[in-house]
Design a protein around this ligand. Structure first.
Ligand SMILES: [Fe+2]
Length: 490
């Protein structure tokens, strides 16, 4: 375990506390769960809790699921229709010394970093007026400001998108009210030193489909992909929309402005990635089109063209939850890091089930300068979640640090944490932390140095704390499975 790491790896994901009310509800509607690996002096502790949203508390009080399909209030029990139905299940955020769990359909939910207890929704002193807040705000590494936005900003199906700048102290310094060309999932976006870019495509919704009881989004392949570009100090009149071919634009990596040229680097899918957001034309979901590649989109602001040039940067498919050295966000950067499925690596079907080809068994360091991919293989019974980049303390070189992330051990049905040297990923992990249980789900995770989150607990030791190493975990398993019962006291 690297001894220079002092901070916390926070993960947010969704886990059904009560089963969904309807069988075809989207997994994205599962209850928010926040968990954290606190790392200090080479030791690790783990904690996880549900985010106590109004929905979670209302369900707990009734002892059952009262909320229907994804972001469709018409399908919720009448008694709970007026409640904030968010599940806060997408991403963590630390800013201005505060920790939040985010989901794009509501305000951020503030979390106590020491206990992971839920404090409640946060509107930045009443100055953040959108009803919603993206799961992907951007921290400008130059100014320390947070740039953020909310779509469906004035309520269900509204075409309002509000853009905000929030300074390093958590004060809202700027609000711009914008309109989108059609209401869609504006899940992620990108910022440069000069511009902001709003990216979406394909997913649509309507009052008609909500009244029919469907989940909020469907996929309409006739809808263009859209990128709206606005100067950071601009206004609604300066927002320019570009249109492109069918694309599923969920996550971005980075963007850079150089004069009139804006370049967006993003792992976008060819088409609909989510089977549960069904195609509006009734055609079946096509897994062959849910292919993701690192793409480079180039926009020429001096031209009258309303589209962009697209280039695929690496021939292999990648997982779209990609990370970079965030100290270089908005600037030309060399490295991208993400998980992917390497079909040349072995998979132990006997121990881990019939998942060959469907596991993310590798992290890659993708070198934008040379086109080289250096990879780390996690093992033949494992699948990886999104990694996060941890800068090495004291270093300023891009990509100098660690990758940290969790992996599911599919043979033993528990969670492990791996730490890899980001400059030498092919040399294997520096550390692996084996939880003797399943550690909760993750959509997104992020590493925060202790200085960024005042109030982190010191490393707890002693009673009630599970301590595990490989040998201990193996003994635990052996005891569990031979029926002795020993180990279960942990
Ligand atoms: Fe996301």
């Amino acid at each position: 375990m690297p001894h220079d790491m002092d901070g916390v790896f926070v993960r947010v994901g969704g886990e059904w506390y009560y089963p969904p009310k309807f069988p075809d509800d989207a997994p994205l509607h599962s209850d928010g769960y926040i968990s954290a690996f606190r790392i200090k002096n080479g030791k690790v502790s783990f904690r996880g809790r549900y985010v106590e949203t109004p929905r979670f508390r209302a369900n707990l009080a009734e002892g059952r699921q009262q909320f229907g399909n994804y972001r469709n209030p018409f399908t919720h029990d009448e008694k709970v229709r007026g409640l904030d139905a968010t599940v806060a299940n997408t991403a963590p955020l630390a800013h201005a010394g505060m920790l939040f769990a985010l989901k794009e359909d509501a305000l951020p939910y503030r979390i106590d970093p020491a206990t992971l207890g839920t404090i409640g929704p946060h509107d930045f002193g009443g100055n953040y007026r959108s009803e919603t807040f993206t799961a992907h705000p951007k921290i400008d590494p130059v100014s320390g400001e947070m740039l953020t936005f909310g779509y469906e900003a004035t309520g269900l199906l509204s075409d309002d998108l509000f853009y905000y700048v929030i300074d390093r102290n958590g004060t809202v310094t700027r609000e711009v009210r914008l309109k989108v060309p059609y209401v869609s999932v504006v899940h992620d976006w990108a910022v440069t030193q000069d511009h902001v870019l709003f990216t979406f495509g394909g997913y649509t919704t309507s009052m008609e489909r909500l009244r029919e009881g469907k989940v909020h989004w469907g996929w309409d392949k006739t809808k263009p992909s859209m990128v709206g570009i606005m100067p950071r100090d601009g206004d609604a009149k300066d927002l320019r929309w570009f249109r492109g071919p069918e694309r599923c634009m969920m996550h971005t990596l980075n963007a850079v402005s150089e004069g009139d040229k804006v370049t967006l680097y993003a792992p976008f899918y060819d088409s609909n990635f989510f089977p549960f957001f069904t195609n509006v034309d009734g055609s079946p979901w096509d897994p062959s089109k849910a292919r993701c590649f690192f793409r480079k989109l180039t926009f020429d602001l001096s031209s009258s063209s309303d589209t962009w040039e697209e280039e695929i940067l690496f021939p292999q498919q990648v997982g779209d939850l990609a990370k970079m050295d965030h100290r270089f966000l908005t600037q030309p950067a060399r490295y991208a890091f993400t998980f992917f499925s390497d079909p040349t690596k072995p998979f132990d079907e006997e121990r881990a089930g019939n998942l060959r080809g469907r596991v993310s068994n590798s992290y890659g360091r993708f070198d934008m300068h040379t086109g080289e991919v250096e990879s780390y293989f996690v093992g033949d019974t494992h699948t990886l979640q999104e990694c996060s980049f941890v800068p090495r303390r004291g270093s300023t070189e891009e990509g100098d640090g660690y990758l940290i992330g969790t992996t599911s051990n599919l043979a033993e049905l528990r969670t492990e944490l791996v730490i890899v040297d980001a400059q030498r990923v092919s040399e294997g992990e520096l550390a692996r932390v084996i939880l003797p249980f399943r550690g909760g789900p993750q959509v997104h995770g992020a590493w925060y140095d202790a200085e960024e989150l005042p109030g982190l607990v010191e490393m707890p030791v002693g009673e009630g704390v599970v301590r595990a190493d490989h040998a201990e975990a193996a003994r635990y398993d052996a005891n569990l499975f031979n029926g002795s019962g020993e180990g279960s006291d942990d």
